[in-house]
Ligand binder design. Structure first.
Ligand SMILES: NC(=O)c1ccc[n+]([C@@H]2O[C@H](COP(=O)([O-])OP(=O)(O)OC[C@H]3O[C@@H](n4cnc5c(N)ncnc54)[C@H](O)[C@@H]3O)[C@@H](O)[C@H]2O)c1
Length: 263
């Protein structure tokens, strides 16, 4: 084992869906900086192109692709096309999610279906297409973003939290199904990270501060602080890791945060 290269991704091809913004964008940059060729796929074509521009300006290798993760046929085409052109697909990451923050009693059927369709349906599409391809080629690493909300909730987060717990269980199930094919399947569980997804919270100082204090660091996380987890789980350094959720939450799930005793 060459320990100096265990985190390197040279020669690997990665598909990052949702790579135009936030955590996905930082993860795409980190995968490329560590040697992977990255396909930055997103609904937002301009954003994806911009991320590719940043990667290539820094000497990395990347291409953009417009993709709606909820379109199963398009996801399958994308995965097949990458494998045809590059010969293999080694890393697949599902980042897109949406949230409608409101009490369950006030949710409309349409809102419920939209959140479930993107967060769980979209991730299912990538798990199925990338999982099948990686199973056939005899290896790979698949990841999706779950959340601290897979474990703990608060008012207004029921449906989003349910999709994050559901995503985690889908990943665990697939990990158990594809282990014999050398395909690793893992979840990453961010705490609260400053991205467009959390813009609504940032606008409310009380809400923003309460979330900062829930971390033992007393602050929000930054998108780039998630990127190391993605590179790690993509790399050979994680060759015996599958079916886990790796929390990157600033201690959110470790400390209940009610009170600091006067000791
Ligand atoms: N930001 C946080 O505090 C936080 C906390 C816990 C978990 N997460 C999870 O991390 C992941 C990334 O979140 P983020 O904050 O970076 O989000 P973000 O909103 O910044 O980025 C999401 C990206 O996904 C794209 N997207 C949305 N729907 C799509 C679709 N159908 N097909 C293709 N692309 C689509 C958007 O265009 C955007 O580029 C999500 O799964 C989220 O649930 C985020």
């Amino acid at each position: 084992m060459d320990y100096s290269k265990m985190f390197r991704l040279d020669g690997k091809v990665a598909l990052l869906v949702g790579g135009a913004s936030g955590i996905g964008e930082a993860s795409a940059q980190a995968l490329a900086a560590n040697g992977a060729h990255v396909v930055v796929a997103d609904l937002n074509s301009e954003g994806a192109e911009q991320v590719v521009g940043t990667i290539t300006a820094q000497g990395g290798s990347a291409e953009s692709r417009v993709l709606d993760l909820t379109d199963a046929a398009a996801v399958k085409d994308t995965v097949t096309d990458i494998a045809r052109r590059h010969g293999h697909l080694d890393i697949a990451v599902s980042s897109p999610s949406i949230n409608v923050r409101k009490p369950l009693l006030d949710y409309t059927q349409d809102e419920f279906e939209r959140v479930v369709r993107v967060n769980m349906g979209g991730t299912f599409n990538l798990l199925q297409s990338a999982g099948r391809l990686m199973s056939d080629q005899g290896g790979g690493s698949v990841m999706a973003f779950s959340s601290v909300r897979s474990q703990v909730v608060e008012p207004g987060q029921s449906i989003y939290a349910a999709t994050k717990a559901g995503t985690l269980q889908m990943l665990r199930g697939l990990a158990s199904e594809l282990g014999s094919r050398n395909v690793r399947v893992n979840a990453i569980g961010p705490g609260v990270i400053d991205t467009p997804l959390t813009a609504q919270i940032r606008k409310d100082q009380t809400w923003y501060d309460a979330y900062a204090q829930k971390s033992v660091f007393g602050r929000w996380g930054k998108p780039e602080e998630l990127a190391g987890a993605v590179v790690f789980l993509a790399s050979d350094a994680a060759s015996y890791i599958t079916g886990i959720i790796l929390y990157v939450d600033g201690g959110w799930t470790a400390a209940d945060g009610r009170f600091t005793p006067p000791l």
